[in-house]
Each structure stands twice: as structure tokens, then as C-alpha cells.
Design a protein around this ligand. Structure first.
Ligand SMILES: Cc1cc2nc3c(=O)[nH]c(=O)nc-3n(C[C@H](O)[C@H](O)[C@H](O)COP(=O)(O)O)c2cc1C
Length: 154
């Protein structure tokens, strides 16, 4: 069995973490696309509002049977101390029954704790088993090195 890394990214930081995990674990990757335009300043503001309101958002992704994987890594940027709406949506749309999940978030400075708690609660409600969570600060740091450390500690 292999691992799967599922992620949403707006500006490629979470993607960098996801790619590092996939490289270390020889895992498959799955990107979640938010079909709402989240680019630029308006996209930032709209994204923050959607995150705060727990709004749903249309998403696109390759459907995978999560029960086929040893571990599913699930990653989101922190938006206003919450997970990105696309990740909430993905969790709600998928069956995590008996799936072992490692959650991770990336952020500029703070908000990782509430964001991870929300993701972990939602995954558990969908039947998943959260075995570990970690956060990577993506401002002025070596994302690859931090990710490597976090994965080695699992
Ligand atoms: C709408 C929005 C809200 C954000 N809110 C936070 C926050 O509450 N705390 C924080 O440290 N960073 C916040 N950020 C910064 C991102 O979490 C951070 O830059 C992240 O690593 C970006 O990941 P990405 O490049 O995969 O999209 C926010 C970014 C956006 C777009």
C-alpha cells in the first residue's frame, strides 16, 4: 500500500510541503482545485470571508478511494485561523472510514491550532483516524527542511 498527499494551495506554499512529503514517502499526490477565483487582493478578501463563514465552495479533484492508502496526508493553508474552504469541502465530500490521516497546515504566523482542530474534528466525523498533525510557517523559512523534520518525527 502507498500513501496519498491531498492538498489545496493558493500560492504554492502548501504545494511545496505536499511535494516534499510525496518525495519522502514516495506517495501519490492529489490537488484540490477551488473553482472560485481566489487570486489577487479580491480573492484574498473573499477567501477570508468564506473561511470565517464556513462557506461551501465548488471544488474539482480526481476521486480516489481513500481506504486504499496506508496514510492520507491532508494539507491546507490557514485562512483567518481556519482551514481553506476547499479543504472543508473535500472532507465533507469524502468517506474517511478507518483511514489513517496526518493533517498539516501552512501559515504566515499563527492560527494553526484552531485550523487543525477544525480539520481533525471534521475528519473524525467522516470516520477517519487522525494520527498526527503539524504546521509549517512559510514566511522566511526553509519549507523543505521544516517539512522533513516534521515528517521524520511522525
Ligand atoms: C484569505 C487568507 C487568510 C489568511 N489567514 C492567515 C492567518 O490567519 N494566519 C496566518 O498565519 N496566515 C494566514 N494567511 C497566510 C497563509 O496561510 C500562508 O501564506 C500560507 O502558507 C499560504 O499557503 P498557499 O501558498 O499554499 O496558499 C492567510 C492567507 C489568505 C489568502
Amino acid at each position: 500500500m502507498t500513501d496519498l498527499v491531498v492538498y489545496y494551495t493558493r500560492t504554492n506554499k502548501t504545494k511545496m510541503v505536499a511535494e516534499k512529503i510525496a518525495q519522502m514517502k514516495n506517495a501519490d499526490m492529489l490537488e484540490i482545485i477551488d473553482k472560485k477565483d481566489r487570486s489577487g487582493a479580491l480573492g484574498y478578501i473573499g477567501g477570508a470571508i468564506s473561511a470565517v463563514r464556513n462557506s461551501s465552495t465548488p471544488i474539482e479533484y480526481d476521486v480516489k478511494d481513500l481506504s486504499k492508502y496506508d496514510i492520507v496526508y491532508l494539507g491546507s493553508p490557514v485562512w483567518a485561523s481556519k482551514p481553506a474552504p476547499a479543504i472543508r469541502e473535500y472532507i465533507e465530500q469524502n468517506d474517511f472510514s478507518d483511514v489513517n490521516v496526518v493533517t498539516f497546515v501552512t501559515m504566515m504566523a499563527s492560527g494553526e491550532k484552531p485550523a487543525l482542530e477544525i480539520m481533525n474534528d471534521m475528519i473524525q466525523k467522516q470516520g477517519g483516524n487522525v494520527i498526527k498533525s503539524f504546521a509549517i510557517i512559510t514566511k522566511n523559512t526553509d519549507i523543505d527542511e521544516l517539512t522533513q523534520k516534521a515528517i521524520e518525527e511522525i
